[in-house]
Design a protein around this ligand. Structure first.
Ligand code: ATP
Ligand code: MG
Ligand code: MG
Length: 406
């Protein structure tokens, strides 16, 4: 009877909210940005409960999360308190307090992917060291902490030279390019000086940038999504084409390298793997994200299982879903802020309105309370019966707004 049932579930009261359905575990997500929001959206049809920890009251995930705890994912006490209400913890951003995740794990908490993985990835230099130790092909790189090592890097790698901040980098904020000897110190200073923690990377003369979302189950088995092409503008993802228009050989190589990289990490979840394709067909790893990724947004409309559903399945230990595309082609476009305030919002609205009039287009708006130049405000995915059709549809949306495609 119901009294007995109650007793049966009483000892997991904190973690279980209802005794039936697919899964009772509350998934706790550190971060409530657009990735957290889309995790909540994917969770909804399955009745999975996603709680988020984010300092902003009106963050994108707030309105639709099962629960929003207002607090910082960098703060030890906030993370600890939040974890008490969750059966498994995961991240939508890698810049979190990893020491706390480490200690929660030591105390028996369930964190996916593993804090070990988040620790390596959040420091891009450690990430490069890790992958080079695992024989993943990369551009040459070296730590720079003074003028001597900077000059040494420029002699070894030549120009242009890419200088990157080790930590807290996203959307290219953390990258500076030195085109010649005279540029070196300006690039270092633009990033906040050597004290920021920098490293140099040899320029990768890529012909295309590719990305692969790789899901890793709790049994460590890997399951990849199709290879996509990403087109960045000013270091920010501008367009994604799925599947990438590359040979089977190149696509196979990209998946092999992406799986080699993710296979060297630990824990469940989806991982976004960014790659460079060189003119001779060689593929190099750029970086890995331990979470859903901008290059995988197209999967919401275009794949049998979206990257967000796959992430939830992975961290919960459910079987991973089928990842193949259910349409022949898709193109995704990021709606970035062009302007601050009302002018920015109405420019964005114009393009969204245009998009909903185009067949095969789906509009995503993240409901960020403020708009800033280059800020990711939403995205549009267009599907089509061929890549040409999908591109033409996207061009119709973008030509209207004065944007030029690839
Ligand atoms: P994300 O938002 O993807 O986390 P990020 O700030 O971590 O971006 P990176 O991915 O390191 O930055 O670099 C951003 C872009 O800069 C890349 O997508 C690529 O276009 C360019 N880039 C990065 N490293 C190199 C390199 N070694 N050679 C040439 N171009 C590069
Ligand atoms: Mg990055
Ligand atoms: Mg990147």
């Amino acid at each position: 009877d119901s009294h007995e049932e109650k007793a049966e579930y009483a000892d997991c009261e904190d973690l279980c909210t209802s005794p039936m359905g697919l899964c009772d575990t509350v998934v706790g997500v550190l971060g409530g940005g657009q990735l957290g929001r889309m995790l909540c959206q994917a969770a909804s049809p399955m009745g999975i409960k996603v709680a988020i920890l984010d300092p902003a009251k009106d963050c994108p995930a707030s309105a639709i999360a099962y629960q929003h705890v207002v607090g910082s994912f960098r703060d030890m006490n906030a993370v600890r308190d939040f974890a008490k209400g969750c059966g498994v913890l995961t991240v939508e951003i890698e810049h979190v307090n990893v020491e706390t995740l480490d200690s929660l794990e030591r105390e028996g908490g369930d964190v996916q992917p593993k804090p070990f993985t988040i620790r390596i990835i959040q420091d891009k230099y450690l990430q490069k060291v890790h992958f080079s130790q695992h024989s993943v092909p990369l551009s040459d790189f070296m730590q720079i902490d003074n003028v001597e090592s900077l000059e040494k890097a420029s002699h070894l790698f030549g120009f242009p030279l890419m200088i990157k901040s080790r930590c807290l980098a996203y959307d290219g904020r953390g990258n500076a390019v030195a085109r010649c000897q005279g540029d070196l110190m300006a690039a270092v200073n633009a990033l906040g000086g050597f004290e920021r923690g920098l490293y140099a990377e040899k320029w990768a003369p890529f012909v295309k940038e590719l990305a692969v979302m790789v899901a890793r189950g709790r049994d460590s088995r890997l399951h990849s999504f199709p290879v996509v092409e990403t087109i960045q503008r000013e270091n920010i993802c501008h367009l994604v084409e799925a599947p990438a228009q590359v040979s089977v050989e190149v696509a196979t190589r990209a998946v092999r390298i992406a799986e080699q990289a993710v296979g060297s990490l630990d824990g469940a979840g989806v991982f976004g793997v960014e790659l460079f394709l060189l003119v001779d067909g060689q593929v190099l790893l750029n970086e890995v994200a331990p979470r859903p990724h901008n290059s995988g947004h197209y999967s919401i409309e275009a794949c049998i299982t979206s990257q967000f559903e796959q992430h939830l399945r992975a961290v919960l230990g459910l079987p991973l879903g089928e990842t193949s595309m259910k349409v022949p082609a898709a193109v995704m476009y990021n709606v970035l802020g062009e302007d601050e305030g009302t002018a920015g919002f109405s420019a964005a609205q114009k393009i969204l309105r245009r998009a909903v009039s185009i067949p095969g287009a789906s509009v995503h708006w993240y409901e960020k309370p403020d708009i800033r130049k280059h800020r990711k405000m939403g995205h549009i995915t267009v599907v089509g019966s061929t890549m040409e059709v999908a591109r033409a549809r996207m061009n119709e949306i973008l030509s209207f707004s004065g944007q030029i495609t690839s």
